[in-house]
Design a protein around this ligand. Structure first.
Ligand code: C2O
Length: 342
C-alpha cells in the first residue's frame, strides 16, 4: 500500500513566486497527534446559502472571523495560521512521509477530501470561539441564478473582517460570475451569463463526471509526483471561480487566484463550502454506477489538522466520506442545472 501522508518534520519553506518575501507556512511545533474519530452527532449543523442568510447570521459570521483574526499569531486557530494550512499542503512545504517527494493536494483524488476536512476543522474552531456548536459556514451558491454574484457580506462595509482588498474590482457585486472564466472579461447580459453557468454546471457535474475518477481526480499514491490530474469540478468551476475572484492588480491574482494566498480571503471558505456541497450532490446523482473509490491508498491517505482545543488530529480520507457523520449538511436549495440545457 502507498497512501499519501505529510511528513510533519519535513515542513519547510513553501515554493512561492520569487517576489514574495520569504515566509514559512508551517504550523506551530507539534507535540504529538491523536487519531481522529468523528464525535457523536446529535444535531446536524446546516450550512446556509450565503445569499439567503439574514443580518443576524452575517453579523455573527463576521464577529467570529474577527475573533479568529484576533487570536495570538502563534495560536494554530488564528486566521492566518488557518490560511497557512492551505499554503503548506499546496506549495510543497511538506514532503510525503516515507518518500523524498513533495506533497500537493491539488489536481488529484486528494482534492475533495483535503478541503472537506480543512473546512470541517475551521468550522469547529469557529463554533468553539462563539460557544455555538451549531454554527455553520455559509456556501457561495454559484450554481444557482440567485447566488451567482460574490455574496454581498464579503464586500459590505458593515462586515470588515470578511473583506479582502485583494479581489478583482471588476467582479464585485452585482457582477455575475463566469464559471467558464479564462482571464478574459466577456461582458454578457446577466440572463445569458446565468444560462451559460447552468450549462457549465450540468456538463461538469453530469456529462463529465460519469465515474468516480472523473469526478474526484486521478489516483495519487505515496511516491507519485504531484498533480496527477484533477477531477471535473476541481478544474471548473473550482479553479475558474478562484481566478475570477483574484485581484488582477496583483502579480499572480492574489489572494484567491493562487494557492499560497487563496485562503487569506474569507471568501475562500464560502467558495469551498459550495465545492464540497457539489460532492454531497454528486453522491446522489444517477449518472454513475458507484460513488465510491474502492482503493485503500485513497482511504488511508491522511492529513493533520489542529482542532478547537489546539490538539493535533490525524485524519484519514476514509473518515470524511460521509458529511453527515462529520455532523453537517447543506441547506436545501433548488438545483436548476440538474435537468440540463433546455
Ligand atoms: Cu486548495 Cu480552492 O484550493
Amino acid at each position: 500500500e502507498r497512501p499519501v501522508s505529510p511528513d510533519l518534520s519535513s515542513c519547510g519553506e513553501p515554493n512561492v513566486p520569487c517576489y514574495v518575501r520569504p515566509f514559512d507556512c508551517c504550523p506551530p511545533l507539534i507535540k504529538g497527534s491523536i487519531d481522529f474519530k468523528p464525535p457523536p452527532v446529535s444535531q446536524l449543523r446546516i450550512r446556509p446559502a450565503a445569499h439567503l442568510v439574514d443580518e443576524h447570521y452575517k453579523t455573527k459570521f463576521a464577529r467570529v472571523i474577527e475573533l479568529m483574526k484576533a487570536l495570538p499569531p502563534e495560536d494554530p486557530r488564528n486566521f492566518m495560521q488557518q490560511a497557512n494550512v492551505h499554503c503548506a499542503y499546496c506549495n510543497g512545504a511538506y514532503k510525503q512521509e516515507g518518500y523524498d517527494v513533495q506533497l500537493e493536494i491539488h489536481s488529484s483524488w486528494l482534492f475533495f477530501p483535503f478541503h472537506r476536512l480543512y473546512l470541517y476543522f475551521f468550522e469547529r474552531i469557529l463554533g468553539n470561539l462563539i460557544d455555538d456548536p451549531d454554527f455553520a459556514l455559509p456556501f457561495w451558491n454559484w450554481d444557482h441564478p440567485g447566488g451567482m454574484e460574490m455574496p454581498d457580506m464579503f464586500e459590505a462595509k458593515a462586515y470588515r473582517s470578511l473583506y479582502d482588498e485583494h479581489r478583482n474590482q471588476n467582479h464585485i457585486p452585482p457582477v455575475v460570475v463566469d464559471l467558464n472564466y479564462d482571464y478574459l472579461n466577456r461582458p454578457r447580459p446577466n440572463d445569458e451569463q446565468k444560462m451559460l453557468n447552468l450549462n457549465t454546471m450540468h456538463r461538469q457535474m453530469i456529462s463529465n463526471s460519469t465515474t468516480p475518477y472523473l469526478f474526484f481526480g486521478r489516483p495519487y499514491r505515496g511516491g507519485d509526483r504531484p498533480m496527477q490530474g484533477p477531477g471535473s469540478i476541481e478544474c471548473m468551476p473550482h479553479n475558474t471561480v478562484h481566478n475570477w475572484c483574484g485581484d488582477v492588480r496583483q502579480p499572480k491574482g492574489e489572494d484567491m487566484g493562487i494557492f499560497y494566498s487563496a485562503a487569506r480571503d474569507p471568501l475562500f471558505y464560502a467558495h469551498h463550502s459550495n465545492v464540497d456541497r457539489m460532492w454531497t450532490i454528486w453522491d446522489t446523482l444517477p449518472n454513475h454506477k458507484t460513488t465510491q473509490i474502492r482503493d485503500n491508498d485513497w482511504h488511508n491517505s491522511s492529513f493533520y489538522f489542529y482542532d478547537e482545543k489546539k490538539d493535533l488530529a490525524r485524519v484519514k480520507v476514509h473518515d470524511c466520506l460521509d458529511n453527515k457523520k462529520l455532523g453537517y449538511d447543506y441547506q436545501k436549495v433548488g438545483i436548476p442545472w440538474l435537468p440540463g440545457p433546455p
